[in-house]
Design a protein around this ligand. Structure first.
Ligand code: SAM
Ligand code: SF4
Length: 342
């Protein structure tokens, strides 16, 4: 049961000027990655944050504890870059899984990963306290997968999805970024894949956060079009949803559901319940934020929890109504997706 209802902020909750309450913290733990997805990173030349500037696991947990114990955060999702490339990643999961809300509820720890190492590590991560996972997968065709990720790793990722299900992670979701002209012809194949393997496919609209600056509106496959293509083969009905970004649809024949994330065509900013921490300790109130709050410097200078909490509350208080993708006044953030943490 959530600690508080969506309309009633708990004591110390992070409430913004539009009455939205932050309950979900996305923590990027590295900007490095073993893939180079075309819609995210350039083939070469990406500059990475020096290791000394990354938050240590102890620093991440210190901040996460403050968010969970004092600021109303109920779930923490680890992302990156590729979070599993960081050494002893399971150690961080076990440290975070020990955190409790003021109501003594365990924080829900989840992961977004490219899945390349899940076949080896899924069980270890579950033992450490991981509950759920989202695995990114944009093509079921080996050659296209290699062209998109610039790595020949489709079989490793498929094995990783199976290992995640076998290890008891629940739900296992598959994130598929649909780029028009690149993989839109596989929408139905993905739907079939999800129905067969009992995993929820979440189709994500391509967002202007690629490091190469190749995004354009005509490459965005609108979520409505994705849903109608699938519904023509397998009738669907909408599922009521809360603050989550995905609009969910259930197959009428009972074979599971899909999600679509219409960040571009139907932004869900009005329901946003998330805030973010980058790998180098910058606090962001939005994926598209152009301003950030440095928490690493005060943390390393010995700031108290009360001082840090005040900085965070002020930043959330000034959170904007939402991004303006596709409008003339949209300003692209200076960081790309792998540097923010998707
Ligand atoms: N490396 C992990 C992974 O790929 O799952 C976690 C980090 S990745 C940046 C998080 C999510 O962002 C992935 O599902 C990825 O497909 C998505 N993503 C990256 N660039 C994107 C873009 N330009 N538009 C939409 N989604 C994007
Ligand atoms: Fe790496 Fe994930 Fe970006 Fe692909 S989407 S390059 S796996 S961080």
């Amino acid at each position: 049961m959530p600690a508080s209802s969506p309309t009633e902020p708990a004591h110390g909750a992070l409430v913004d000027g539009f009455g939205r309450i932050a309950r979900d913290l996305r923590i990027s733990i590295t900007d490095r990655c073993n893939f180079r997805c075309t819609y995210c990173m350039p083939k070469e030349g990406m500059e990475f944050v020096p290791r000394s500037e990354l938050l240590s696991y102890e620093e991440i947990v210190r901040l996460a504890r403050l968010f969970v114990e004092g600021l109303g955060i109920e779930s923490v999702r680890l992302t990156g870059g590729e979070p599993t490339v960081r050494r002893d990643f399971h150690r961080l999961i076990s440290m975070l899984a020990e955190l409790r809300t003021p109501e003594e509820m365990p924080v829900e720890v989840s992961l977004t990963t490219n899945g390349s190492s899940l076949a080896r590590h899924a069980e270890l991560l579950v033992q450490a306290g991981l509950k759920r996972v989202n695995v990114s997968l944009d093509s079921l065709k080996p050659e296209r997968f290699a062209a998109i990720t610039r790595r020949d790793a489709l079989s490793a990722v498929l094995a990783g999805i199976d290992a995640a299900v076998a290890a008891g992670l629940d739900p296992v979701k598959v994130n598929t970024v649909v780029v028009r002209g690149q993989n839109e012809d596989e929408i139905l194949d993905f739907a079939e894949f999800g129905r067969r393997r009992r995993v929820q496919i979440r189709f994500i609209e391509f967002m202007p956060l690629d490091a190469s600056g190749g995004w354009s509106l005509d490459k965005v496959m609108p979520a409505d079009e994705i849903v109608s293509r699938i519904a023509a083969a397998h009738p669907l009905e909408p599922v009521a949803h809360g603050a989550e970004p995905a609009s969910r649809y259930r197959y009428l024949d009972g074979q599971g559901e899909i999600g679509v994330i219409p960040s571009v065509t139907k932004p869900f900013c009005g329901n946003c319940d998330r805030v973010r921490l980058t790998a180098e300790g910058q606090f962001l109130t939005c994926l598209f934020a152009v301003e950030d709050l440095d928490l690493r410097e005060p943390l390393r200078q010995g700031a108290s929890d009360a001082f840090l909490a005040e900085l965070i509350k002020q930043a959330v208080g000034s959170k904007w109504a939402g991004h303006r993708i596709g409008r003339v006044d949209f300003v692209r953030p200076r960081r790309s997706m792998s540097q923010i943490g998707g």
